[in-house]
Design a protein around this ligand. Sequence first.
Ligand code: 6R9
Length: 651
Amino acid sequence: MSNESLANLLREERRFAPPTDLAANANVTAEAYELAKADRLGFWAEQARRLSWETEPTETLDWSNPPFAKWFADGKLNVAYNCVDRHVENGLGDRVAIHFEGEPGDTRAITYAELQREVSQAANALTELGVQAGDRVAIYLPMIPEAVISMLACARIGAPHSLVFGGFSADALATRINDADARVIITADGGYRRGKPSALKPAVDEALTRPGTENVRSVLVVRRTGQDTAWAEGRDVWWHEMVGRQSDQHTPEAFEAEHPLFILYTSGTTGKPKGILHTTGGYLTQISYTHSAVFDLKPESDVFWCTADVGWVTGHSYIVYGPLSNGGTEVLYEGTPDSPHQGRWWEIVQKYGVTILYTAPTAIRACMKWGDDIPAKFDLSSLRILGSVGEPINPEAWMWYRKHIGGDRAPIVDTWWQTETGGMMISPLPGVTETKPGSAQVPLPGIAATVVDDDANEVPNGSGGYLVLTEPWPSMLRTIWGDDQRYLDTYWARFENKYFAGDGAKRDEDGDIWLLGRVDDVMLVSGHNISTTEVESALVSHPKVAEAAVVGATDPQTTQAICAFVILRGGATAEDEGLVDELRAHVAKALGPIAKPKRVLPVAELPKTRSGKIMRRLLRDVAENRALGDVTTLTDSSVMDLIQSQLPGAA
Ligand code: 6R9
């Protein structure tokens, strides 16, 4: 970014107060901010008492070698014990932990007592396969209960897991196996996607032919689809045979609070993926606290549903470790929102009486595109809190979510965080915060975040800059696996003593924080830094636009020119007379003439990662007529061919 702060264009005046009854009974009230402000470390030490420790920690934070943090370092605990066994010991064995809904419609309710038995069996199986505390286990599974059970089994024996999204290519899998030096892989024959079995095991077989994966001893294979599967004798073992014959008793061992819990790779824009390392005690403390505070979870009555994939950090923290450490009941769904019909999610909400729904803006925009009449066919009155994560949520998508899913009643919590932060960092609290469409608003109690300019000075209200975190937090990444220097360079070199998140942000007149997208995506137009998020939100506020992705393409006159890719809705087509000019004028009216796109290109799809984020760098390659960069983390690589074939002038 240049020296000028991010242009601050959007005006949003709508406000929504917390429902009175929710505020009156909320788990967390405004007092939490005061307590945490008065004694931040004391606040986190208090939150650590939510967990069951074998050895209680006496030390909260060791920051003697910044930015390498140690939280609760002299404490010992077992994560799986905290997520499963202690609930059974507390008499909650019959409570459903997981309502599993397979894409073909098969279902399973798993109680905490059953979960304890299955996790114990899986832990015994891993031990029989020679896995010891500290050994890495790669998990490449669809969204089935065995994914959760495998993660908990690894945690139980102190073997850090490394999940790789089912559907990533053999190459992506091989790189991650190699970097983590995994010893065992847990996979499945396949999973169901859009009504069809989709094979997984062949990618594992292929990955294991690549150099650097020789240390993998065993592949544990869940039978999910029953499809034919190649078999390497001596290496491959069926889950139902190996896990099935184990004892369902297993005594968990306590590990030090800083024992590694998992590695999770983030792709970034260049270079090899970064293995983000999370550890045990601090991670579980913050995940458990934020899951309870931000969703106001009442474990005895709520039914929670996070629609993320377990292969994304959102799935780790808010499908596995948050809900289960809090003894909650949750839904786990294998498939896509539109299979076999576009109302599938709402049918699931109705069926299980889901009370808290956590999803991503990309999914909300897809539902908007399919039409209001689809959710209207289902009873969604059980919903009392809605969450959003993954990208800035466009104000119009926020309003749609509130009205058509939340019955104009349920508060929305827009939660900003990252793989690196481990858990939520900036978010409204549903019983406290007056919400604003499109803003994550305030750092959670115990979290210190702010917005600074190029010289690391805090920006005044009403201005934009870079989002930074100014104090360590319990679930922070500890390093990049095997690369401390890259950890320092990526996050701690840009500003002294501050964590650089890589996101642009602004503070509004009330001091609330608005996220403006990745700083790599910020556009420089005639000397102004313009956020992609704001231009996209202006486009999405037009009734004929379902989704928009905006990039800055090199331009001889203005340095960069704004180029917008849009998905149309309501029957509008690229051929509609005057539509492109209408959209350009709409943006100019909403944000000012400087933000008017030079080009608007209607397309049928946008390139997205498996976690639903728009990959703007690929669109920049298109807009600048370059060969495409790395596409290995795309959900569907044919999308780029489609976009290129739709461009004016394409053959
Ligand atoms: C949890 C997760 C992190 C990046 C982050 C930011 C974007 C996530 C957001 C958001 C605006 C939100 N992001 N939540 N931007 N508002 N509520 O998404 O982790 O996959 O590592 O991505 O996602 O750009 O820096 P991860």
